[in-house]
Design a protein. Sequence first.
Length: 447
Amino acid sequence: MVSTPSIEVVPKTAEQSLSTNTLIQQNQSCSPIDDKRSTIHLFDRTPQQKHLFINRELLSPSYIPEVLPHREKEINELAQILFPALDIQAPSNILLYGKPGTGKTATMKFVGAELQAHGKAQGKRIYVLHINCELCNSLYRILQHLGQQLINNSQDIIPLNGLSIDTLFTKITTRIDTCKQIIILVLDEADKICDDALYTLTRINEQFRQARVSLVCISNYLKFVELQDARIRSSLGEENIIFNSYDAEQLRDILTSRSEQALQPNILSDSVIPLCSALAAQEHGDARRALDLLRVSVELAERSHDHLVSAKYVRLAQNKIEKDRIAEVVRNLPTQERLVLHAINRLQQYYIRKKKAGAIITGEIYSHYRELAKAAHYTPLTQRRVADFLFVFDALGIITARVISKGRYGRTTEIAVSSTELAGILQDDELFEEIEQVKMKNQMKLL
DNA sequence: ATTCCACAGGAAGCGACGGCCC
DNA sequence: GGGCCGTCGCTTCCTGTGGAAT
């Protein structure tokens, strides 16, 4: 039996608190008796610990505040377009564009809630239904979700699959058309939907005699509508609202307004909010990022028993957020995708060791991945499939992929690892030990 | 101007899976 | 229980591509 390691439950400094994972790992080696003993006082608050938060939830990006600073124009515009719903007339379909964290979803939820409440007060049937198309990207999933939200408490559950699209479509449209009502269907991340689904949804009103459905598509991509079929383009883009990125000053206002409600007074040093705003403004004015930075900074200070959140914690928070994000992504990847990441990482380390200039290319990655897969007793996937993985890693921000032409020597993709934390994260991966012994067969070729 | 390389990436199709309907 | 459905992960096949080399 392994003896109990000396564990300090609450680290003294922010740096120490960042190594919480190590502490947890050490803790896992404790015996059941030791576990029991160590948890008795685990959640007792020490005298020097202080609540810095009043309500942590208010700094969560998903929280919709009562006031949305610097979005008054968009709110009014959206409300004007949706106004006919109060007369049980279908508003125009709307497109909301803007980069991530510019308040599109928050604004829509805010206006949607107001509209629904107004409708209810007037005894009108107005429903605003949100669907995240990242999760529901096919017509079947959208209809299933729509039906499920409409029936709500009924026992008539719509199955996740098994029905034909026609059956499901008839079932849902019949259910919607039972009375005179307006449904505002908000399709968040609408660019993730397949074309057929979008086309069917734009034509859905043809099925109704009483009810009406209006679409609100939210997208991060300005070219979203341009890429659609002409039939979809005409009916989708009836009204457009563009959400510009927040600048540092606007982000500062947002943070100030939220922190006044979410945090204890006088716990932020003067530089914290300007720094969080400036860092988030550099990332295309992402309010979510700014809120995350502030929340994590305060959490780190709280864990370090500090009564004042200084700029130091913002810097630490920035590193922690990035590392946590990549680690979370990597942890949830399937084995084959992690094998490809290991191949990329090993090649990167090899390039550094040998001081080899230039970027890693897909051919090298694929051949090294094959070696690793065989060594770990997995059947290697095709190069086509691996190319798709690389595209996904790029989208996730783990690598940067750039298609280049090497003239007579063909076309390829240059890969650079974007995250400085990747090597460390992969060392904790269960595959690491398994493939660590594998030598790079193509070492000479690579040089 | 043409050739050639090493892929990129689209399209089609396959098989497994979970689940419904008759 | 068999037929059917949509989805997902994957393969195979194919055409397209950019620019150095010829």
